[in-house]
Write a protein that binds this ligand. Structure first.
Ligand SMILES: [Zn+2]
Length: 310
């Protein structure tokens, strides 16, 4: 059995962390389901925002936090991928141009607000879906004032459409959900091998500061831990697939060891489904039955709904 994660009685409020050079990280701990981070650059004429938030309430909290460091308008939003915790809050910044991968735009439009169904009991507010209107395929340079940043497609990895934002002058990497600090990686909508390759590329950047998609701002050594989990899952899947084991049953009898202390350990079930898909030789990122996977993660948790504190 996996270790169960203790539910914190009270979560700390979101914070704005000054990273220098006009860059900030908006951090929502404990980084579990739906509690994502955003990046902020305060420029001379306006603000660049990397990702937004899941619920209307969380999105307004992000807007308020930006208001504590500048009165300037958010002019540009970069969506690191299509998941709702990174995109649902786009509408709260109506003057911004939203940039994302072409597949991110498609996935935001196709997915609508469907992930709301995965997380019963969340107070969503009134969300107006706003997909990216500037899209690209491989890479795009954006400037935060005169500081260049590279948006690089890294998918399929965590999702079909992940991009990272690398600011070489600052040694600063906004990794989106390619990196969870203290949280279980989640690849059911992407590719386990793809995420291994993406993380290996990110290690080569020589970043000094990593803003993960979830969890505290960190140093790049966190990436090695994420890689070791993904290889653990690949090894587990290889043996389980060869033995004809069902992913849920395999997950239930797996000892996650120290990985079990990370948030949302039930993601193992989804990750095994993705690993099995790759072992069957299916294309990276091919659609799986996500509702089935969510139902199995709930079963893994003894019937408890996915814990979302957004
Ligand atoms: Zn995500």
């Amino acid at each position: 059995m996996s270790a169960s994660h203790d539910i914190p009685a009270v979560l700390p409020p979101p914070t704005m962390e000054n990273l220098g050079g006009g860059f900030h990280a908006f951090v929502q701990l404990d980084g579990s389901w739906g509690l994502n981070n955003a990046g902020v650059h305060v420029g001379e004429r306006g603000v660049t925002l990397i990702d937004t938030a899941f619920t209307e309430h969380r999105g307004r909290g992000l807007r308020d936090a930006i208001g504590t460091v500048t009165a300037k308008t958010v002019q540009t939003i970069v969506n690191t991928h299509h998941h709702g915790d990174h995109t649902y809050g786009n509408f709260l910044f109506p003057h911004a141009t939203v940039i994302g991968h072409t597949l991110c735009r498609e996935a935001v439009i196709a997915g609508g607000l469907e992930t709301k169904e995965w997380f019963p009991g969340v107070d969503w507010g009134d969300i107006d879906l706003v997909p990216p209107t500037v899209t690209f395929e491989q890479s795009l340079r954006v400037y935060c004032d005169d500081t260049p940043a590279t948006l690089q497609y890294q998918g399929p990895a965590h999702s079909s459409n992940d991009i990272s934002m690398w600011v070489p002058e600052r040694g600063l990497l906004f990794a989106g959900d390619l990196v969870f600090n203290g949280g279980t990686p989640f690849v059911v909508m992407g590719s386990i091998q793809g995420l291994i390759e993406a993380l290996t590329e990110l290690q080569g950047l020589d970043a000094t500061t990593v803003v993960p998609g979830h969890g505290a701002v960190c140093e790049p050594d966190v990436i090695a831990e994420q890689l070791s989990y993904l290889r653990f899952v690949q090894d587990l899947a290889r043996d389980g697939h060869a033995a004809g084991d069902d992913p849920l049953e395999l997950a239930r009898r797996t000892d996650l060891g120290h990985f079990g202390a990370w948030t949302d350990p039930e993601r193992l079930v989804g990750n095994l489904h993705r690993a099995y898909s790759e072992l069957r030789g299916e294309p990276r990122g091919v659609a799986l039955d996500y509702q089935f996977v969510v139902d199995e993660m709930v079963s893994f948790n003894g019937g408890q709904p996915l814990r979302c504190l957004a």
